[in-house]
Design a protein around this ligand. Sequence first.
Ligand code: FES
Length: 573
Amino acid sequence: MRDPETFRSRAWFHGDQYEHLSRRAWLRSEGLTGSAFDGRPIVGICNSWSELTNCNAHLRQVAEAVKRGVWAAGGIPLEFPTISLGEMFMKPTTMLFRNLMSMDVEESITANPIDGVVLLCGCDKTTPAQLMGAASANIPSIMVTGGPMLSGRWQEQELGSGTDGRKLFEALRAGRIGEEQWAEVEGCIARSAGHCTVMGTASTMASMAESLGMMLSGGAAIPAVDSRRYQFAEKSGRRIVEMVREDLTPSRILTREAFENAIRTDMAIGGSTNAVVHLLAIAGRAGIRLTLNDFDRLSRETPYIVDVKPSGRFLMEDFYYAGGLPSAMRELQPLLHGDALTVSGQTLAEDLSGVEVPNRKLVRPLDQPLNREGGTAILYGNLAPDGAVIKQTAASPHLLRHRGKALVFDRYETLRARIDDDLDVDENTVLVLQNAGPQGGPGFPEWGHLPIPAKLLRAGINDIVRVSDARMSGTSFGTDVLHVSPESAVGGPLAAVRTGDEIELDVPARRIDLRVGPREIERRLAERRAQAPHYRRGYGRLFLDQVTQAHLGCDFRFLAPEGAAADGSGSVN
Ligand code: FES
């Protein structure tokens, strides 16, 4: 147990200089007594609450529950805001700002008299941004996510946010539902505070926090408005005080074994493809050398077993009642590193002991999986020399091996404007979007679930192969090849594709290839005219100057830990 003399907050408050007195006086101005300085840990509550981030709009109440726990365990809670990233509103994309938020989190922690921190997040990017910042700050840290909304409900149907909204939008475009029904959906698809209700990016990243060991067991799937989320928050508040006393820092938890556990869990739950880019970035901050090959190796060995949308049938609320993530990890336990340490202060195996798997329909036995391999597959080929990803469990099985002629758009705006025209397309067409990566988007937007041409929807064709250097919302589904790296805007081979070229996708062989000779590809790339940079000043300029490509996690080069390169080489672990 640590001596309180070693707490970092002492440097701010303990001493006989004027600044010590004034810091104590200013903290007492918030109504605290002198007992605040008698050796109690000061716990920051890093809150990404914002009314502009609808999914996190209840985090002030969650923070109150955390404070109860901190007070009860003998700590002093001090809540502070950071920027927040709301998926629904921010333009051009929240991903442009993930690294900025991570810097805000890191600097807010390190600049202040904080001995430990509770990270409150929910909407997609807020979770990885906080984990990245906390990994860099490396003081005792515990995460409490906001939880999923209540399941959407329309007429007799349960609606998963994103997934079913998109399906119904396609039904609207195809004329299968009318404007009146569409308006009804708007009123009932998002029924409460909380994040998206399927295994989208928010639910996936909450599951990643738990499987990395950065959140207490059982927190990821509790519905946002369930009283048990507030009980969980209070418990986490108690626990962070103990973590400070134990000096249990992220660097002791975020080990290579922890990341392998998280990747396997991601594969077993059919997690969002965005988890790939975020886990690479978090690992980079922790000094762990993780590559796309780690994802592919673990994906091939890990069955997909959790039947939640968009790959499966159920919603996050159902998953919680089926035991939530602990039941999935319990089933997965033979494949996990049981000795990985978690924020509980115990090993993962100890956290999972006694956990049961009550619903075999939703969490399948390992030997009767929904898919023999994990949700995400990594592809390579002459179209993606540094890699690409596909969510194979949310793709159409008949398209996993496919060869077809490309229809190419070099801008998303053009694609959106023309997608309902009488295009020369059929079910074999491969729709291609260029200039949608980290530099090209800019900011790596979620455009990769390219809309199906209306002509095909009307003919009853709901999926075709789509290829881009963009990301895709975790709530999406379809045969979408994403994160093609290097991206077209920096001269990756995707920039060489022209309408009419043949593209071959072979997911079992992990290939994505352009059936054009290497000389011709080179000639086309040499002729390519680079687009003007999207930003010449401000944060956008910093982003373009510093961001790494998708296969490296899109963090800023200068945020790699000292001694490690942005590509993970020279990592400290
Ligand atoms: Fe926030 Fe989906 S929009 S989690």
